[in-house]
Design a protein around this ligand. Structure first.
Ligand code: HEC
Length: 197
């Protein structure tokens, strides 16, 4: 009797294990297949700094392609700060475009940048000309933070904000530079992938 129970339990565990492995395999690293935006070559994530590799956000992103920092108000201030120091010189203060294209509207030179996977790939591996790879300057957690700020800067119809969840989209307000907005901040709290985060 005891044995039967054990066997049943074992069978259930085994089945759960198989299903779990299948699901992880589907959603994850292998399925994500990050590639360079211009060459299509696989990205080598080992090129990114050690720091910021094991945060919850990076792990979730590598498994699902979802950026949990999107519209996470507590982390947008840091994303804003990173954007000002790393991107705005070429893309404009609010992503309106300068020597680099606008990042705040629904038009993308590379349509895949409409997805967070595509946006990450472009930031990590770069594109043409002045758009160099960022893995030397930003760690992967910082890339996700800056991506969330780029998404926050979106000024067009929320319907086009396909990177948001349905719930986020229903309350998303197109960015208005003249309205009160989240100021940049230096601090990286644990909830945004900082120490012990
Ligand atoms: C030295 C100037 C420069 C810097 C700094 C820079 N970019 Fe760019 N970026 C460009 C240029 C130029 C292009 C156009 C490249 C192309 O079309 O292949 C571009 C293209 C892009 C694109 C593709 C846009 C589209 O329409 O598909 C994205 C996304 C992007 N940059 C994001 C960023 C982010 C985020 C940062 C900061 C982490 C950044 N860039 C920093 C110059 C820059």
């Amino acid at each position: 009797m005891k044995k039967t129970v054990f066997t049943k339990k074992a069978a259930v565990l085994l089945l759960a294990g198989v299903l779990g492995a299948g699901a992880a395999g589907l959603g994850a690293r292998a399925a994500l297949m990050l590639t360079n935006t211009v060459t299509g070559q696989p990205l080598d994530l080992a090129e990114a700094p050690e720091e910021g590799r094991d945060t919850k956000a990076v792990k979730t992103f590598l498994e699902t392609g979802v950026n949990i920092y999107n519209e996470n108000l507590a982390c947008l201030a840091k994303g804003h700060e990173l954007f000002l120091s790393m991107c705005s010189g070429c893309h404009g203060h609010y992503g309106e475009g300068k020597i680099g294209p606008g990042l705040n509207d629904s038009y993308w030179t590379y349509p895949k940048n409409e997805t967070d996977q595509g946006l990450f790939e472009t930031i990590f591996g770069g594109a043409q000309g002045q758009m160099g790879p960022m893995y030397g300057a930003l760690n992967m957690n910082e890339m996700l933070l800056v991506m969330a700020w780029v998404r926050h800067l979106y000024k067009d119809d929320p319907k086009g904000a396909t990177w948001l969840t349905d719930q986020q989209r229903s309350t998303f307000k197109p960015f208005d530079a003249n309205a009160k907005h989240i100021e940049p901040a230096e601090a990286l709290t644990a909830a945004c992938g900082g120490p012990a985060g």
